[in-house]
Ligand binder design. Structure first.
Ligand SMILES: Cc1cc2nc3c(=O)[nH]c(=O)nc-3n(C[C@H](O)[C@H](O)[C@H](O)COP(=O)(O)OP(=O)(O)OC[C@H]3O[C@@H](n4cnc5c(N)ncnc54)[C@H](O)[C@@H]3O)c2cc1C
Length: 318
């Protein structure tokens, strides 16, 4: 039997601590599933209420020694004040699973996409590709029993139906959302993955149909975009939404019912809508879908979350 994970309430919304690799599973050609444990891990996560909750992971610098970093509101400023060679690299990941076992021992599971770019592989992918039992990272993750730390964007409100769409980096969040969703949820999920062997089945509500779309060498978005537009009954030619500019100097698209980094005001819904849209993945692909859904299909912005999870040719800073 697992302990009541909600009985413990952390002092801070977030825990910043060490996480030790306990298991490395190469689950498909392009995904490695890594399980973390440790005293600090025992203080994080709210099983059953995770949805698309994100965490920050700090990977060790070349020396292999993780920086000393205590929790606190200004942790990010303190981390950036550490000399670059000593602070390691920070990236954002989704909680694929958080399990509390007997006595409160917790397992935190993250699915890492291995995007190996010859000569330009990022620190997160490099670390995940070589991770071994006992390796350590720092994680900044929601505190046990705390729901006020942000980082959770999935907000369907009273909508009874959802459309979830994303690429491989969004697959862990989509899987978690559907595993945590009520059993009577209806809807459709489209997940674009590098190859057909990257399908990672999960338990979705019976009323949600899940479609895995293998890219098989095509461009990012080449399968996702037409699938979403076709599903919405759009007559817009696919080519018209593929050439959208995504300025690498601008922040990646991030627009949810309560926040838009595009600087636009999001009006409250006049009436609760019955459908909610959640779209995440490569920034340009998401920007193109956003433009189409908002401007062409006329979906209320207060019913959508559009999130750039990564950007072609650009190393993430956080
Ligand atoms: C909220 C959120 C949740 C996320 N959840 C997950 C998750 O659960 N699992 C996961 O794997 N990723 C997830 N990501 C995406 C992940 O943070 C990025 O892919 C990140 O860039 C990986 O860091 P890196 O060090 O490997 O590469 P970087 O150093 O950031 O980039 C190096 C090079 O790799 C390229 N690159 C980065 N990502 C990809 C990719 N997916 N495919 C092809 N090329 C790429 C970049 O364009 C760049 O050229 C999430 C991102 C966000 C914002």
């Amino acid at each position: 039997m697992s302990v009541d994970s909600q009985a413990v309430v952390e002092k801070n919304p977030y825990v910043l601590g060490r996480a030790r690799v306990s298991l490395v599973e190469p689950v498909s050609p392009n995904f490695v599933r890594i399980t973390f444990v440790g005293e600090d891990v025992d203080r994080i996560g709210n099983p059953g209420h995770t949805f698309d909750q994100r965490i920050k992971v700090i990977f060790p610098p070349a020396s292999g020694t993780l920086p000393e970093l205590a929790a606190g509101d200004d942790w990010y400023q303190r981390w950036t004040a550490i000399p670059e060679a000593d602070r390691g690299a920070i990236r954002t990941y989704s909680i694929r699973d958080v399990r509390v076992g007997d006595g409160g021992a917790t397992e935190l599971v993250v699915d890492f996409v291995l995007h190996m770019v010859p000569g330009a592989t990022g620190p997160a992918s490099s670390w995940a590709a070589q991770a071994r039992e006992g390796d350590e990272v720092l994680v900044v993750a929601p505190g046990r029993g705390r729901f006020d730390g942000g980082g959770l964007e999935y907000a369907p409100g009273t909508a009874e139906s959802v459309l979830l769409a994303g690429d491989e980096t969004a697959a862990p969040a989509i899987a978690r959302i559907l595993e945590d969703a009520p059993a009577d949820l209806r809807g459709t999920a489209f997940i674009e993955i590098p190859t057909g062997d990257d399908v990672l089945p999960f338990a979705a509500p019976a009323g949600v149909s899940v479609h895995w779309l293998a890219r098989d060498g095509a461009d990012h978005g080449a399968r996702l975009r037409p699938a979403v537009l076709d599903h919405l009954g759009s007559s817009e030619p696919v080519a018209d939404v593929s050439g959208v500019d995504d300025d690498p100097d601008e922040p990646m698209v991030w627009e949810t019912p309560i926040y838009s980094n595009l600087g636009e005001e999001i009006a409250p819904d006049p009436a609760p809508a019955d459908r909610y849209y959640w779209i995440a993945g490569e920034s340009k692909v998401v920007t193109g879908l956003r433009r189409h859904l908002v401007k062409e299909v006329g979906i209320a912005r207060s019913q959508v979350a559009f999130m750039g999870y990564w950007r072609h040719g650009v190393a993430m800073k956080a």
